[in-house]
Design a protein around this ligand. Sequence first.
Ligand code: ZN
Length: 476
Amino acid sequence: MNEAGPPAGDFLSELRATLGDKGVVVEAGDMEPFLREWRGRFTDLKARCVALPHSSAQVAAVVKLCAKHRVPIVPQGGNTSLVASGVPFGGGDELILSLARMNRIRAVDPLNHTITVEAGCVLQTVQEAAAKVDRLFPLSLGAEGTCQIGGNLSTNAGGVNVLRYGNAREQVLGLEVVLPDGRVWDGLRALRKDNTGYDLKHLFIGAEGTLGIITAAVLKLYPLPRDVHTAFVALRDPAAAIELLARARGASGDRCTSFELIPRLTVDLVLRHVPGTTDPLDAPHDWYALIELSGPDADGDTGAVLESLLERAFEDGLVVDATIAQSAAQAAALWRIRETVSEGEAAAGASLKHDVAVPVSQVPAFIAAATPEIETALPGVRVMAFGHVGDGNVHFNLIQPEGMDRQAFYAEWPRLSTLVHDRVTAMSGSISAEHGIGHLKRDALPHYKSAVELDLMRTLKAALDPAGLMNPGKVL
Ligand code: ZN
């Protein structure tokens, strides 16, 4: 408990008076789901209580109360962070502020191509609300049935459509944010052009709740593509993937919406461990790409573009085999291989995940350099380099050697991660492409960010949150 503040009893009774009994969770069993860390790397986490406000005014009231009693706040969305960003590490001192009850769609404006949503809306709900008015909300990722849009924005989430539409940051026109002092910043503007000084919304997007709490957002919508074609392609090597990607963008007028690199090891694990999956091609190959082109009209030429692209790439030796989905069900079966990678991985044992980015053109060189380094450092380790190669984002995951003790493998994390992150940094890359920093990568950040960048970040943190109560111990 924080000895500087008034007694906890006062705080809790004031909190209950603010939110009602339904809005405050204190019983250990009821708090358990909020204290569960998605990847299972951290256990035995504790919180003072969970607050469940249902309006921005209530969020502001809770934040004010926490400021008065000096109670640290951990904002939480769907709690699917891959870097332990939304759970507390303060030994029971912190309040978890869950946005789950703030789940209303406030407005949809199809002609402005915007939707205004509250932070607790589940990502899939936002996608469905957009589709209902014949529009696309393009952010799409594995956890979309559980994760919340507020968390997606706070962590600047990526996913499988970034190649064409950009990451979460690029989907935002306006924000509503509760500041660390309890004031509400209403920046819910639905404007494509607004050059009136600092673009403050970008302070809070990707800040992982360390500068304030995003409570609502105006998001961009796009025309709904009706001519979507999906191919599963065996490649000569990763360099062929990059060449094919460039050709796909050119041939389709930049209608390439996904381009995912998948190595054979990944396909093997999925086929072995995930029920109902089948090998899309007759013979095994070392490298694959899952490619999606999306055109506007149902009777458009996108399918023909994809076919001739692959034919030419086959003649030129980039592609060694391929299958194009002939129905939505076939496309879903191809996507299922990509979407169940984590499941296959988890069944294969403990894994150390790296979410790194290099310039797209450098992906083959990165994989070629980092893979043997890691294999030499820990013989028997299984390197799984897959992911959103269209964005230069490689999920460079290491699966434990067969038979190795799980904890002994985790103990190798600092040594192996340093190798991977040093290699990425030497190639002017990033140690976190789309997962954020959170608790997991916080201690690595100072080694890989410049002193100037860190100083600017700390200056902003101190200016907005001088008491250091917002998601303490995350990012910085
Ligand atoms: Zn990803």
